[in-house]
Design a protein around this ligand. Structure first.
Ligand code: CP3
Length: 347
């Protein structure tokens, strides 16, 4: 399994062209995904059916020959496994029975997480057995702050007023929720690694709503604690951190005592990242997902610009956020071609 170019890149080896995979590479933009998705009404039930999760995990790898697969699941399986009610409404995204006071999360427990999430681990075992050794398999989890956002807002939000008010007014009780989530995410990541994933990614998709002073305590520090606890059990498993939309505060996440790589979002300039981040840590990113929708010459220009700045590595080509449903699949094939045929400008 350590044959994979993706894993060698995370370990510091440089290749003539970087490895590539895409966040949300399995999803509604693929007709073969929609066909499998249509066989189950409930999105969570779909996630918890190993046959289907394995199949849709493999689909983008089969079609595009990507360097890594990411296990098909969702970050909200963790609140679900803790005992919070989670469901997905057609066209509206996730809904949760919101936590409104500390007593609400006193009812959440990690006790049943391993059995509740057993289908995810089963899907990982089967996917790893089906993949070629040169294709890495990624596991993932939401970072505690992002999970807390969904758990307290009861779904997505425009202003995150509820979660921020709670964190600012009652930092002690918010800290208890974060602590519970740190432990639950450690359990979930360790179980995924035990089942066969080669690396894991922590998605802090909503870190960017916090002011810089609050980022250390509620985003970075919990992620570092998770990384240290996971490494105590699996010292060699690479962990990728994705602190989305934190701007120049990305500098604080250059922690190679914790993370093998930093996934950067579209708002981070490739030139700045090459100068300030890449000398310290492997980077992953950061093509605008809407560039992948545009395709053609615009996609070629923008992907090449990123490659020219970051491609000499250590670097993993990815998007700045997930593939969107309106993406033409042929544009993904075009992107893989651009990355595989890239030549560094000065050689
Ligand atoms: O291919 C992959 O990347 C693996 C699978 C994956 C999904 N969600 C499947 C999914 C991964 C890694 C995620 C992560 C995830 N889920 C995040 C972090 C990344 C990010 O986007 O910031 C977040 C915030 C979620 C929560 C979530 N799940 C939302 C907000 C939504 C609704 C948005 C939408 O696209 O509908 C989901 C549902 C979801 N998760 C879908 C998929 C393929 C679409 C639902 C469907 O197919 O019915």
């Amino acid at each position: 399994m350590s044959e994979a170019k993706f894993l060698k890149t995370l370990a510091g080896t440089r290749f003539p062209t970087p490895p590539i995979w895409l966040m949300r590479q399995a999803g509604r933009y693929l007709p073969e995904y929609r066909a499998v998705r249509a066989t189950t009404r409930s999105f969570l039930e779909f996630c918890y059916t190993p046959d289907k999760a394995v199949e849709v995990t493999l689909q983008p790898v089969r079609r595009f020959g990507l360097d890594a697969a990411i296990i098909f699941s969702d970050i909200l399986v963790v609140p679900d496994a803790l005992g919070q009610r989670v469901w997905f409404e057609e066209g509206e995204g996730p809904k949760l029975e919101a936590l409104t006071e500390p007593a609400d999360f006193a009812r959440l427990t990690r006790a049943r997480l391993p059995e509740k999430l057993a289908p995810v681990y089963e899907a990982i075992r089967r996917t790893r057995a089906e993949l070629q050794p040169e294709t890495a398999l990624l596991g993932f989890a939401g970072a505690p702050f992002t999970l807390a956002c969904y758990m307290i807002e009861g779904g997505g939000s425009r202003d995150f007023a509820k979660v921020k008010s709670w964190a600012y007014r009652h930092p002690d009780s918010f800290g208890l929720l974060i602590d519970l989530l740190v432990d639950a995410v450690v359990d979930h990541l360790v179980n995924q690694i035990d089942a066969g994933v080669d690396a894991v990614q922590l998605f802090d998709s909503w870190a960017g709503v916090l002011p810089e002073e609050q980022l250390f305590g509620w985003s970075l520090e919990p992620m570092v604690r998770i990384a240290h606890a996971v490494h105590a059990r699996h010292p060699r498993t690479p962990i990728i951190a994705f602190p989305r939309a934190v701007g120049p505060a990305t500098l604080m996440y250059r922690r190679n005592d914790a993370f093998a790589a930093l996934s950067i979002d579209t708002g981070i300039g490739a030139h700045w990242a090459a100068r300030e981040l890449q000398p310290h840590i492997c980077l992953q990113g950061n093509l605008d997902p809407l560039m992948l929708v545009a395709g053609g010459a615009a996609l070629e220009r923008e992907a090449t610009r990123i490659l020219d700045k970051l491609g000499n590595g250590p670097f993993v080509f990815n998007l700045g956020h997930g593939v969107v449903p309106q993406t033409p699949p042929e544009n993904v094939a075009q992107l893989v071609d651009i990355v595989r045929n890239w030549k560094p400008p000065s050689s």
